[in-house]
Design a protein around this ligand. Structure first.
Ligand SMILES: [Zn+2]
Ligand SMILES: [Zn+2]
Length: 244
């Protein structure tokens, strides 16, 4: 069974007061860590120590700046013993540890009683982290030289794909191949823009993917009416989606 808990559903600007997008898969795997990750896990009564692997799609602040607060919590509030795995773009260890040290001096160097293991993505092969098989795919997200990745993970006999932030491109379809659930950036309500998928592009994406792939839209600038689209759902803050 798959269970996706959305800790937020909006973009970097948090329009309408909705929160930065992120979701927890089967209570153990966190996809992106926005600044609200700790309060939102606590609001949902999810023990923060249940997280085993964190996938970071790219280094925009709405996707990783919650990590210093999570690591602070592990040091002072909720001690953890089990290893923590953090997967991300090349340079992930330095970016996260430097951000942690900047946010709370000496936190990065502190002996917190557990090990943090970093893994850089390798788009050329399937990888395994903490017994979870996954593959990373390069996504198009602007042209500033910032690397951005989508992830496809295999959990039991189910496949979940996550675009991170991505604009419409053929890479989306490579990522979504064989997925039971595709969590997709759908930032723009109308028109088309750079960096992200627009709602106007969703019908074409829906047409090109089999109906066995349920699409969940997130990272939205406004709430979207998906009632006319078969097999398309829209995330909301604190929404949970279960697939048997
Ligand atoms: Zn974003
Ligand atoms: Zn971004």
């Amino acid at each position: 069974m798959l269970e996706l808990f959305f800790l937020g559903s909006s973009n970097a600007f948090t329009p309408d007061g909705r929160y930065w997008s992120s979701f927890l898969l089967n209570g153990r795997y966190l996809f992106d860590a926005p600044p609200t990750v700790v309060p939102h896990l606590k609001r949902l009564s999810v023990p923060v120590t249940d997280i085993r692997v964190i996938f970071i799609s790219h280094f925009h602040g709405d996707h990783f700046l919650g990590l210093p607060f999570l690591l602070l919590d592990y040091l002072h509030m909720t001690p953890r013993q089990e290893d923590l795995h953090i997967v991300g773009p090349p340079g992930v260890e330095k970016v996260i540890e430097d951000a942690t040290e900047l946010a709370f001096p000496n936190l990065s160097r502190a002996d917190s009683g557990y090990q943090r293991h970093y893994m850089e993505v390798d788009v050329n092969q399937e990888q395994t982290v903490d017994d979870l098989r996954f593959q990373a795919f390069p996504m198009k997200h602007g042209d500033e030289g910032l690397e951005s990745f989508g992830y496809r993970v295999c959990l039991d006999d189910k496949v979940v794909a996550y675009t991170g932030d991505a604009e419409f491109s053929e890479e989306l379809f490579a990522l979504a191949e064989g997925a039971d659930v595709l969590v997709m950036d759908c930032n723009y309500s109308e028109g088309k823009g750079p960096y992200h998928v627009s709602f106007a592009e969703v019908p074409e994406i829906r047409r090109r993917l089999p109906l066995s792939t349920t699409i969940i839209l997130t990272h939205m600038e406004a709430e979207l009416d998906v009632s006319g689209l078969q097999g398309v759902l829209a995330a909301q803050d604190f929404a949970v989606f279960r697939f048997p």
